[in-house]
Design a protein around this ligand. Structure first.
Ligand SMILES: Cc1cc2nc3c(=O)[nH]c(=O)nc-3n(C[C@H](O)[C@H](O)[C@H](O)COP(=O)(O)OP(=O)(O)OC[C@H]3O[C@@H](n4cnc5c(N)ncnc54)[C@H](O)[C@@H]3O)c2cc1C
Length: 815
């Protein structure tokens, strides 16, 4: 094959909307030496039959950003690449049946305002005016998005393909990737037409991503955590009333989403298109008797309208003209689902120079943005905006097939559900258990999953309402509030214990380990026998991650980091690790108990602790508590006198029994969160992310620009010190109502958005609602009055001095 490309910079596997968009974005950025392989025709997978809805609404800030970018890009794409296509901006309405749903709309409208989207809250009468065929008597209201619409998915893909080709990129159709090999730093992608050598590979194979992922296993890859769900929509025959109305008005009726019942309904020519996300949903290709076919290009599953009956009836009651037309055509196609329903866009876990962009449930809406993000990862190794919500490394080894299936069914059936802050989704649980899990449950632990690890969020007592229904609220208070308060008070006045399995834990050793770390982090290393916090910046000085460094010897460290950061942080450390250094993951071998409160020293003394309990804050020592081997670290995320007990799993039960037996009250993650906020301690991927530089985040004391070592982002941080930061991290006391400020609530000043919150909670020790967040630098002065939009209510908030709200002098932790 003379013309077949044998080399390329990037090979993209899969020519759906996502692969094609990635190719287009690479080519636009000057990386035209790229090849896309498609085993059939472009759009042969999910893309060909997608309904093509292009919404802006999304619960996740990162996903909303991708969708907003895509919607804007699609508006000019046809002209940009000279490929006319159908993109109808019809606007959309979401229907609200309850107070909670209307609060959710308020929150999204406010997030939208920050992104330049004008979403507005509507009354039932206003909804009726926009969509005269709809019954509105039972509605609380709705949300209007003027920029929502629909696009022809095949045309969209072809337009991006044309754009990429015009810029010099190659698309090889009917050319599957059938294998991968590695030769030094190069990939060799095998195809029936020949091999292609390249620097980078991207898996954009849609619902075949798991299969393509298998090719990467010899190079460190994992089984891609996903399941294929069947999604159906049907198109009606033309409806004369709708046809007449459209003719008269000159436009279509807006797209309608009844998110509480769970379906979308939009006009397609003169008919309607109804697509439910049914609770009684169905996964395909998940059992040995239903194997995934080698090729499912341009195919559909058999019709299964029975599953949709409830939704069809509900939609007919809502829009009665739907019932007047016959079903024209039913489409039942595959959609890949990751456990949380969000796509995977970013580095392939465990495999260098390999990336992925797959598992899109809304690939048409997100494809444009996904191509931008994935091309940034490939070209720069980092993205403009923080994309953790869709980073493939957010999943680790707990996502076995049972988990993926249970979560996919739960997520699909609740596609439009509200994600309340005190609700823990029940499917796919108990994947990773603490050595004292049974004891925690017996004590009333109400559990949450953290990277698969079960931890108590709070402890219920006899008679407390622990139902899922009780958590269906945005309010701070519920059956848990009284108990969380008691837990905080026990830690404040006496001593508490938190069983904390799953801290990610790595050992780093070897001659030169210390010097190597100095070249990765912004600050200084702890002395031997001590620990401190270290920040790893990216090339722009933004916060890649935060780890606790425990130093056992000159060149011997344990690095502790968030449970969810396990694969992400391991990769940061293992990347460019010099020969001679050893890095090992011990997350599953050890566990942690946080013992904290003013009486914690008495507790340890009473238990007969072999350790120096007068050793200072951030000291570290091997110890025996009640005769049991462990290590004691003098630190407390709760902001009280306290120690973390780190011990081998086998020793944890006896240690836990001893500590509880000596009077420590078990407390949960929600109490811990409240207390860490009172101390202004930041949480990773809430307050700390690549959306902010270390200096913006107020972490100046962890940045040593005068140290001799260079480190990523040093030049950028130096420049930032000279120019001054544009925004600044602040602690705010909020005059909140029944809800504390959720993540990404907008902060206002003089009628303008001036920042966002990164976390919010009630501080039980200071008895106030607290928000942490970012505001324009000039508004970071203590005493500045701002407002925070909390579920549509403008709440007064005051910027606090740059010190902890609780125990500002840190006297309690150093006692
Ligand atoms: C009925 C239905 C309605 C939908 N409606 C909407 C909607 O309204 N809005 C919306 O945003 N989304 C919608 N979706 C979802 C949307 O279709 C998908 O999210 C999107 O098409 C995924 O695009 P993709 O590029 O990731 O994958 P795909 O379109 O599946 O493309 C993957 C490509 O990879 C190719 N491939 C696989 N293996 C190999 C290999 N080894 N070598 C080379 N090529 C390979 C396949 O042939 C395929 O063309 C709908 C889906 C369905 C089923």
């Amino acid at each position: 094959m003379a013309d077949f490309p044998t080399t390329a910079r990037v090979v993209i596997i899969g020519g759906g909307v996502v692969g094609t968009s990635t190719l287009y974005h690479l080519a636009k950025a000057g990386w035209a030496d790229c090849v896309l392989l498609e085993k059939n025709e472009l759009t042969a997978g999910s893309t060909w039959h997608a309904a093509g809805n292009v919404p802006n609404f999304a619960g996740s800030w990162a996903v909303m950003n991708m969708q907003r970018y895509a919607a804007a890009m699609y508006r000019t794409l046809g002209e940009d690449v000279n490929y006319p296509m159908n993109y109808h901006v019809t606007g959309s309405i979401r229907l609200g049946h309850s107070k909670e749903r209307m609060q959710e709309f308020e929150r999204v409208a406010s997030m939208g305002a920050y992104q330049g989207l004008e979403m507005t809250i509507c009354t039932p009468d206003e909804l009726k005016e926009m969509h005269p065929f709809m019954e509105t008597h039972d509605l609380a209201g709705g949300l209007w998005d003027p920029l929502d619409g629909d696009i022809d998915p095949a045309q969209l893909t072809q337009a991006m393909a044309k754009g990429a080709r015009d810029l010099g990129a190659r698309i090889e159709r009917f050319c599957p990737a059938i294998g991968i090999e590695r030769d030094g730093d190069e990939w060799i992608v095998k195809t029936p037409k020949g091999d292609i050598r390249c620097e980078y590979v991207a898996n954009c194979a849609g619902y075949y991503a798991q299969r393509v992922g298998e090719m990467f296993k010899p190079f460190g890859g994992r089984t891609v955590p996903m399941v294929t769900m069947s999604h159906q929509y049907f198109l009606t025959e033309p409806i004369p009333e709708l046809e007449a109305w459209t003719k008269e008005k000159g436009h279509k009726v807006p797209l309608l989403r009844d998110v509480d019942t769970s379906y979308y309904l939009r006009q397609d020519k003169s008919g309607l298109n109804l697509g439910p996300y049914e609770r009684n949903c169905k996964a395909h290709w998940v059992t040995p008797d239903d194997p995934m076919p080698e090729d499912f290009s341009f195919q559909l599953y058999p019709d299964d309208l029975e599953r949709l009956e409830y939704y069809i009836e509900d939609a007919m009651a809502r829009v009665p003209i739907l019932g007047t037309a016959g079903v024209g055509r039913n489409i039942n196609g595959p959609i890949p689902y990751a456990p949380d329903g969000l796509p995977m866009v970013g580095p392939m876990p465990g495999v260098r120079n390999a990336f992925e962009g797959h598992c899109f449930t809304f690939g048409i809406a997100q494809g444009g943005g996904a191509g931008k993000v994935l091309s940034e990862w490939i070209m720069h190794g980092e993205t403009e905006m923080d994309m953790w919500a869709v980073d493939p490394r957010r999943y680790t080894d707990y996502t076995d097939h049972d988990h993926c299936l249970a979560k996919a069914l739960e997520t699909y059936g609740h596609e439009y559900a509200m994600h309340f802050p005190h609700h823990a989704w029940p499917a796919g649980r108990d994947k990773k258990l603490s050595p004292v899990h049974d004891r925690v449950i017996a004590a009333g632990g109400q559990m949450g999953a953290y990277n698969g690890w079960e931890r108590a969020n709070w402890f219920a007592q006899e008679g407390d309402d622990t139902s899922e229904e009780s958590t269906q609220t945005w309010d701070r208070n519920g059956p848990w509030a009284k108990r969380v308060k008691e837990e905080v008070e026990a830690v404040r006045d006496s001593v508490g214990v938190l069983d904390l399995p799953g801290f990610s834990r790595f050992n780093l050793s070897g001659e030169g380990a210390a010097e190597w770390l100095r070249g990765r982090i912004a600050g200084a290393l702890p002395k031997v026998g001590r620990m401190n916090l270290a920040y790893f910046p990216d090339s722009r000085g933004r916060i890649l991650t935060e780890m606790s460094l425990m130093r056992h010897g000159e060149d011997h460290f344990t690095l502790i980091t968030a449970a969810t950061a396990q694969w992400h942080d391991y990769e940061i450390l293992s990347r460019n690790l010099p020969d001679g250094l050893s890095l090992t993951d011990h997350t599953t071998e050890y566990s942690t108990l946080i013992v904290t409160g003013p009486k914690s020293r008495d507790l340890f003394e009473g238990l007969g602790t072999e350790a120096d309990l007068s050793a200072s804050w951030l000291s570290l020592q091997p110890a025996k508590v009640s005769g049991i081997d462990c290590a004691l670290a003098r630190v407390s995320f709760a902001g009280e006198l306290g120690w973390e007990i780190h011990a081998a799993n086998a020793n944890i039960p006896a240690l836990y029994d001893a500590v509880v037996g000596a009077g420590a009250k078990p407390f949960g993650m929600w109490a811990l969160n409240s207390m860490r906020m009172e101390k202004g301690y930041r949480a990773w991927k809430g307050d700390l992310s690549t959306d902010y530089s270390l200096l913006e985040a107020g972490l100046d004391r962890f940045v040593k620009l005068d140290k001799p070592q260079d480190f990523p982002g040093k030049a950028a941080l130096l420049a930032e010190t000279q120019q001054g930061v544009k925004k600044r991290f602040v602690t705010l006391i909020v005059d909140a109502g029944d809800q504390d400020a959720p993540y990404m609530s907008t902060v206002w000043h003089n009628g303008e958005v001036v920042g966002e919150t990164t976390s919010g909670d009630w501080g039980y020790r200071v008895d106030k609602s607290i928000a942490l967040g970012m505001v324009r630098a000039e508004l970071a002065e203590p005493g500045t009055e701002v407002e925070i939009n909390i579920f549509g209510k403008m709440c007064k908030a005051t910027v606090q001095p740059d010190q902890p709200l609780w125990d500002p002098e840190n006297a309690r932790i150093r006692a």
